[in-house]
Design a protein around this ligand. Structure first.
Ligand code: HXC
Length: 513
């Protein structure tokens, strides 16, 4: 017994008090402190506390620490089981050894059998250099498990320190990445290699900090101001997710009346179609208690994605954002929304799509970078999804973007439009220029042309820039009063809760990646 207590005490000290102090001095918590914060009190059951590495090269036999630099096991979050690993930077920089990888794989395998989410906390110098290829093989075995678990159990990665080299690919294979601001970084090649190969001088933070990944690369989905905030984000995120792909998300008790109306919505769309507004005001208005967990809020801001509940039903929201790039679809927005739609579909989370999109972003930059292939990802994701899909066209649904945004023809289950909806091949001005090309050429001055366009645009708007034409064809199921939107969405979600739809059997799709 005495020995057990002593051994446990030794393991809990990781790489020793000096290194723990160094970790704290950097504004970082230790691997165990992070788990204490993440999991319900007293729920952590640790595995493999007494594992040590087997290497003798580079005098590593004199540096053997119990747990070998990663703490693994399971616990609960809000009473639901999760499997966790937490890399311990105080032990050889949290570097990944052969035994370290075995520990991680053990809990990944069990998470799959039990059907519980996996959360990995990353804080590591990467492959344990002294172990060479055995460490690299350890990474690959983890990657393989990440891939097999994808779409079966939710996988979440927290980045609370360095995550460099091939090590970045395990988090990248998971569903959500959460980074702590200023104390974490992710890159395939660090600043030193960059300097050597390209001559560029760049800091860790600029190359792979949370700020860069949340705005430019889109690698991270959430940024916490510190580790505590990041951990709270993970706990919140899990509250919207089922334990696995065979279960439904938890139904939460809702005290917000499902039939709550919001008169403000009747006048939220500006009179002039070119004036922007914030679609998040609409999301907050219709969601339970106005709560919205936004994902990637700083990346591809022309599309908004995240989780809400509707009368307690966990739901994914996809919404064009007129406040940014007029809500155009571009490459990043298409990829951001497509990935989210696929996640929701994999985990039985219905999708509500709020549409106000003037089309795809025009320009050579978008064409050169492949807006065709990337835009196709979003069409594919919506068309493939079999979860309940509810669409509300708020204002513009022009051209190809009409088709993309969960249209009836992409198996939208319930498609509503507000009276302000404009459903057309293109906006009035563009349409007049194409339809009356010859007449416009014949006109002498710019003034005359403008007048001609304005006059004809009115006719065009009357005919096409409204929801009635689409409703006549049954492409829109109903035109609804904006203030009723919350109630109509909830009723549709409740009706569709028993929906069944299947795709034809296949090995897998050939999604345009
Ligand atoms: C073994 C490592 C290590 C590693 C750090 N340490 N990285 N030991 N293998 N990969 C050890 C250090 O020797 C040191 O030991 C302790 O961890 C803390 O490291 P410091 O350098 O003192 O800390 P810090 O100044 O905070 O710098 C952290 C760091 C730096 C930026 C992570 O250590 C570093 O650059 N490490 C190497 C990163 C790297 O290139 N890794 C390989 C990437 S390629 P002591 O005893 O002094 O405490 C890769 C391939 C994966 O990972 C392939 C997958 C397919």
């Amino acid at each position: 017994m005495k020995r057990l207590i002593a051994e446990r005490e030794k393991a809990r000290l990781g790489g020793g008090q000096k290194r723990i102090d160094a970790q704290h001095a950097k504004g970082k918590l230790t691997a165990r402190e992070r788990l204490d914060m993440l999991l319900d009190e007293g729920s952590f059951e640790e595995y493999d506390m007494f594992v040590t590495h087997r290497t003798t090269d580079f005098e590593l036999d004199s540096e053997r620490y119990l747990s070998d630099g990663v703490i693994t096991g399971h616990g609960t979050i809000d009473g639901r089981t999760v499997y966790v690993f937490s890399q311990d930077f105080t032990v050889l920089g949290g570097s990944l050894s052969e035994t370290n990888a075995l520990k991680i794989c053990k809990i990944m395998d069990q998470a799959m059998k039990v059907g519980a989410p996996l959360i990995g906390i990353n804080d590591s110098g990467g492959a344990r250099i002294q172990e060479g290829v055995r460490s690299l093989a350890g990474y690959a075995t983890i990657f393989q498990r990440n891939i097999m678990a994808s779409g079966v159990i939710p996988q979440i990665s927290a980045i609370f320190g360095p995550c460099a080299g091939g090590a970045v690919y395990s988090p990248a294979l998971t569903d959500f990445v959460v980074m702590a601001d200023k104390t974490s970084c992710m890159f395939v090649t660090g600043p030193k290699v960059v300097k050597t190969v390209t001559g560029e001088t760049i800091s860790d933070e600029d190359l792979g900090g949370a700020s860069m990944h949340s705005t430019k690369s889109g690698v991270t989905h959430f940024v916490g101001a510190d580790e505590k905030e990041s951990i709270l984000l993970i706990r919140k995120l899990l509250s919207y997710l089922p334990q696995n792909n065979l279960e439904e998300p938890p139904l939460v008790v809702c005290e917000d009346p499902p039939d709550r109306l919001d008169d403000n919505l009747n006048s939220i769309i500006p009179e002039k179609p070119s004036i922007p507004y914030d679609v998040k005001d609409i999301i907050h208005s219709v969601a339970d208690n106005g709560e919205f967990l936004e994902i990637q809020p700083q990346y591809a801001r022309n599309i908004v994605i995240g989780f809400v509940t509707f009368n307690g039903i966990s739901t994914g929201i996809v919404a064009n954002q007129p406040n940014y790039l007029a809500g155009c679809l571009d490459i990043n927005a298409s990829k951001k929304a497509a990935r989210f739609v696929r996640f929701c579909d994999a985990f039985n989370i219905p999708i509500v799509t709020l549409v106000d999109v003037p089309g795809f972003l025009p320009g050579s930059a978008q064409e050169f970078d492949g807006i065709i292939t990337n835009g196709a990802k979003l069409i594919f994701a919506y068309g493939e999804a079999t979860v309940p899909k509810i669409t509300v066209i708020l204002r513009k649904a022009y051209g190809g973007a009409y088709c993309v945004m969960s249209s009836k023809q992409l198996r939208g289950d319930v498609n509503y439009a507000w009276p302000s909806a404009e459903i057309a091949v293109m906006g009035p001005n563009g349409a007049i220029e194409v339809l009356f090309n010859r007449e416009l050429k014949a006109l002498g001055s710019n003034e005359e042309r403008k007048k001609f366009i304005a006059e004809n645009a009115e006719d065009y708007r009357e005919k096409f820039s409204n929801p009635y034409e689409a409703a006549r064809y049954g492409y829109i199921d109903d035109i609804i009063e904006p203030r009723n939107t919350r109630f109509r969405i909830i009723r549709a979600l409740q009706t569709l809760s028993t929906k069944k739809d299947v795709n034809p059997p296949k090995k897998h799709c050939t999604l345009p990646l």
